[in-house]
Design a protein around this ligand. Structure first.
Ligand SMILES: [Zn+2]
Length: 109
Protein backbone atom coordinates (compact mmCIF):
# COMPACT_ATOMS: atom_id res chain seq x y z
CA UNK A 1 0.00 0.00 0.00
CA UNK A 2 1.43 3.36 -0.95
CA UNK A 3 0.48 6.51 0.80
CA UNK A 4 1.64 10.03 0.08
CA UNK A 5 2.83 12.29 2.84
CA UNK A 6 0.06 14.76 3.62
CA UNK A 7 -1.51 16.88 6.33
CA UNK A 8 -4.64 14.96 7.23
CA UNK A 9 -6.12 16.98 10.04
CA UNK A 10 -5.72 20.66 10.79
CA UNK A 11 -7.07 22.70 13.66
CA UNK A 12 -6.65 26.43 14.14
CA UNK A 13 -7.51 28.23 17.32
CA UNK A 14 -7.45 31.61 18.96
CA UNK A 15 -4.54 32.22 21.34
CA UNK A 16 -6.19 35.12 23.17
CA UNK A 17 -6.54 34.54 26.91
CA UNK A 18 -10.02 33.31 27.81
CA UNK A 19 -11.03 32.56 24.22
CA UNK A 20 -11.46 28.92 23.27
CA UNK A 21 -12.43 29.35 19.62
CA UNK A 22 -11.16 26.43 17.53
CA UNK A 23 -11.90 25.35 13.99
CA UNK A 24 -11.09 22.24 11.97
CA UNK A 25 -10.20 22.95 8.38
CA UNK A 26 -8.26 21.82 5.36
CA UNK A 27 -4.52 22.35 5.73
CA UNK A 28 -4.37 24.13 2.37
CA UNK A 29 -6.82 26.78 3.63
CA UNK A 30 -4.52 28.06 6.39
CA UNK A 31 -3.38 31.11 4.32
CA UNK A 32 -7.02 32.26 4.15
CA UNK A 33 -6.80 32.99 7.91
CA UNK A 34 -3.52 34.92 7.72
CA UNK A 35 -3.83 38.12 9.78
CA UNK A 36 -7.58 37.57 10.26
CA UNK A 37 -8.97 38.35 13.73
CA UNK A 38 -10.71 35.71 15.80
CA UNK A 39 -14.35 35.33 14.70
CA UNK A 40 -15.41 34.79 18.33
CA UNK A 41 -13.56 37.46 20.34
CA UNK A 42 -12.46 39.73 17.49
CA UNK A 43 -8.91 39.97 18.81
CA UNK A 44 -5.50 38.76 17.72
CA UNK A 45 -4.52 37.09 14.49
CA UNK A 46 -5.65 33.53 13.94
CA UNK A 47 -2.67 32.89 11.63
CA UNK A 48 0.28 35.20 12.27
CA UNK A 49 3.35 35.82 10.13
CA UNK A 50 5.18 33.29 12.32
CA UNK A 51 2.44 30.73 11.74
CA UNK A 52 2.78 31.28 7.99
CA UNK A 53 6.52 30.56 8.21
CA UNK A 54 5.68 27.28 10.00
CA UNK A 55 2.99 26.53 7.38
CA UNK A 56 5.40 27.06 4.49
CA UNK A 57 8.00 24.90 6.22
CA UNK A 58 5.47 22.10 6.65
CA UNK A 59 4.41 22.36 2.99
CA UNK A 60 8.08 22.14 1.98
CA UNK A 61 8.62 19.09 4.20
CA UNK A 62 5.54 17.36 2.77
CA UNK A 63 6.58 18.16 -0.80
CA UNK A 64 10.16 17.02 -0.16
CA UNK A 65 8.93 13.77 1.41
CA UNK A 66 6.83 13.04 -1.66
CA UNK A 67 9.73 13.88 -3.96
CA UNK A 68 12.05 11.55 -2.07
CA UNK A 69 9.50 8.73 -1.86
CA UNK A 70 6.94 9.27 -4.65
CA UNK A 71 5.55 5.73 -4.39
CA UNK A 72 5.14 5.87 -0.63
CA UNK A 73 7.29 2.80 -0.01
CA UNK A 74 9.06 4.10 3.09
CA UNK A 75 7.40 3.64 6.49
CA UNK A 76 5.01 6.45 7.44
CA UNK A 77 4.65 8.13 10.80
CA UNK A 78 1.99 10.38 12.26
CA UNK A 79 3.24 13.66 13.66
CA UNK A 80 1.45 16.39 15.58
CA UNK A 81 2.82 19.90 15.14
CA UNK A 82 1.74 22.76 17.38
CA UNK A 83 2.92 25.98 15.75
CA UNK A 84 2.67 27.84 19.08
CA UNK A 85 5.86 26.08 20.13
CA UNK A 86 7.66 27.28 17.03
CA UNK A 87 6.39 30.81 17.56
CA UNK A 88 7.34 30.97 21.23
CA UNK A 89 10.82 29.51 20.95
CA UNK A 90 12.27 30.96 17.80
CA UNK A 91 12.48 34.08 15.73
CA UNK A 92 11.03 33.37 12.31
CA UNK A 93 13.66 33.46 9.59
CA UNK A 94 13.29 35.78 6.66
CA UNK A 95 12.71 33.67 3.58
CA UNK A 96 13.87 35.28 0.32
CA UNK A 97 11.15 35.55 -2.32
CA UNK A 98 13.15 33.34 -4.69
CA UNK A 99 13.32 30.54 -2.12
CA UNK A 100 11.07 27.57 -2.97
CA UNK A 101 9.63 27.69 0.54
CA UNK A 102 8.35 31.23 0.05
CA UNK A 103 5.94 30.44 -2.76
CA UNK A 104 3.91 27.58 -1.37
CA UNK A 105 6.57 24.97 -0.89
CA UNK A 106 7.20 23.51 -4.30
CA UNK A 107 10.53 21.76 -4.53
CA UNK A 108 12.57 21.92 -7.71
CA UNK A 109 14.87 19.12 -8.75
ZN1 LIG B 1 -10.68 34.54 20.16
Amino acid sequence: MSEKCEAKECHIRCDEPGCAWEYEMDFADIPKWHKKPCPKCGNGEIISDSDMVAFRLMVAIIDASNEIDPDGKLPRVNAHVDTRVLRETSTPPTIPADNPCAGGGSVSR
